[in-house]
Design a protein around this ligand. Structure first.
Ligand code: HEM
Ligand code: HEM
Length: 218
């Protein structure tokens, strides 16, 4: 949607393509987590749910899992939104204040761009996590191919590959839960990732904008 179509007092925080990528990736990750943990410990009798079917579902969703992550990477590079994701000098300088805010020891987060340092580090960590999950998953699925056996040799043995796949699955579940909790605890954040719109930030230096800053930065 164009800038002119913004409702009064609103600005476009997340373009439609980013929202589409984000929610597709979320749905696929949840499906992979559910089917993956079932594969690790199947608990239903085969006449109710066949492990082979769950395995096929798990492998089917592997492709959109990798594809959406790569699409997100390409989108960030092409649109320039990677600037929102890379920590800058101000982020590192104000890291202490941010930690105090996250630990509920301070009432205001330090000034930051679209995302603050911890969000940026978390979002950036998803890319290697997805790639490691893809490589270990591929090795588990097809250990006899040259690329599968290469990943197994890199990891040590098949058991180590399975352990890494499990570890990254747990990392994703733990961090996405944390991400979900933080998103719900900041007003308007979830709505913005659904509709695209967030409250507009007033132009820098105006009294309205200064009123949104922490008191010592006004
Ligand atoms: C490109 C993505 C992925 C591929 C190719 C892949 C592939 C596989 C394969 C082939 C297996 C072994 C199935 C079997 O035992 O026959 C497996 C197991 C598993 N996957 Fe994935 N997977 C992917 C992503 C994920 C994700 C995102 C999660 C969780 C968030 C996940 C969680 C698990 C778990 C927990 C197991 C059970 C491991 C075990 O105990 O042996 N996988 N996966
Ligand atoms: C429980 C499901 C989820 C919810 C409710 C959720 C919600 C959100 C929201 C509201 C934002 C925008 C934050 C802001 O405006 O400051 C966001 C951003 C983001 N989320 Fe999620 N998310 C979920 C799952 C995931 C998953 C599974 C991943 C990846 C593994 C993920 C990766 C990201 C990334 C990378 C961004 C930054 C996007 C960018 O600007 O490029 N999210 N999420």
């Amino acid at each position: 949607m164009s800038k002119a179509a913004a409702p009064p007092g609103k600005m476009l925080r997340h373009p439609a393509i980013l929202r589409l990528i984000h929610w597709t990736h979320t749905a696929v990750t949840l499906l992979l987590a559910l089917t993956g943990f079932y594969l690790g410990r199947p608990f239903l009798p085969p006449h109710l749910l066949r492990v082979a079917h769950v395995r096929l579902t798990h492998l089917t969703f592997a492709t959109p899992f990798i594809a959406t992550a790569l699409l997100h990477l390409v989108y960030s590079l092409v649109s320039g939104s990677w600037h929102d994701l890379l920590p800058d000098r101000r982020d590192w300088r104000t890291a202490g204040c941010l930690l105090r805010y996250e630990l509920l020891l301070a009432g205001e987060a330090p000034m930051h761009g679209k995302y603050h340092l911890l969000q940026k580090l978390l979002y950036l960590s998803f890319l290697p996590a997805v790639l490691i999950q893809g490589a270990t998953g591929w090795a588990l699925a097809s250990h006899s191919t040259w690329s599968g056996s290469l990943f197994i040799r890199l990891a040590g043995d098949l058991q180590r590959v399975r352990l890494i796949h499990h570890f990254v699955a747990l990392y994703l579940i733990a961090t996405v839960t944390l991400h979900f909790y933080r998103v719900l605890s900041e007003p308007g954040m979830l709505v913005a990732m659904v509709t695209g719109w967030a409250a507009a930030v007033p132009p820098a230096g105006t009294p309205e904008e200064k009123a949104t800053r922490p008191p010592h930065l006004r």
